[in-house]
Design a protein around this ligand. Structure first.
Ligand SMILES: [Zn+2]
Length: 109
C-alpha cells in the first residue's frame, strides 16, 4: 500500500504555488500534490484532498455522479414527540421562548 494519494482535485495541478513546481530547468510543470496518509486523515475525506478548494472542485465536478450513485427518491423522517414551546423570563424582565424537540425513541426503527 502506498503512503500517499494524489490529490483528487481536478484542478490541483493548475494552481500556482511553488510547492507544486516540479521538473528540471527548461521543462518545469505544476504537478498534482501528494496527500500523505497519516493518523490525522485516516478514514476521513482529507486522505484524498490537499485542500478545501480541491475538495470543492472535486465535488462540483462529480456531484451529479454521486447523486446518481446515491439517489434520494423519497424524504427521510425522524419520529419526534409533540414539540412544546417554553417561555423563559430573564432577570431584566424580558421573556424569550424556545421549542423543545425530542426524538421519540419508542418509534425509532
Ligand atoms: Zn489538491
Amino acid at each position: 500500500m502506498s503512503d500517499f494519494n494524489w490529490c483528487h482535485g481536478p484542478q490541483c495541478h493548475e494552481k500556482h504555488t511553488v510547492d507544486r513546481v516540479r521538473g528540471v530547468k527548461g521543462s518545469k510543470v505544476l504537478r498534482t500534490r501528494k496527500v500523505p496518509q497519516n493518523k490525522w486523515n485516516s478514514n476521513t475525506m482529507w486522505r484524498y484532498f490537499c485542500s478545501q478548494g480541491c475538495m470543492h472542485d472535486f465535488l462540483k465536478h462529480n456531484i451529479d455522479e454521486f447523486i446518481r450513485l446515491h439517489p434520494r427518491t423519497e424524504c427521510l423522517e425522524t419520529p419526534i414527540k409533540d414539540p412544546h414551546r417554553e417561555a423563559h423570563d430573564t432577570s431584566w424582565g424580558h421573556k424569550w421562548y424556545d421549542t423543545k424537540i425530542e426524538v421519540d425513541e419508542s418509534r425509532q426503527s
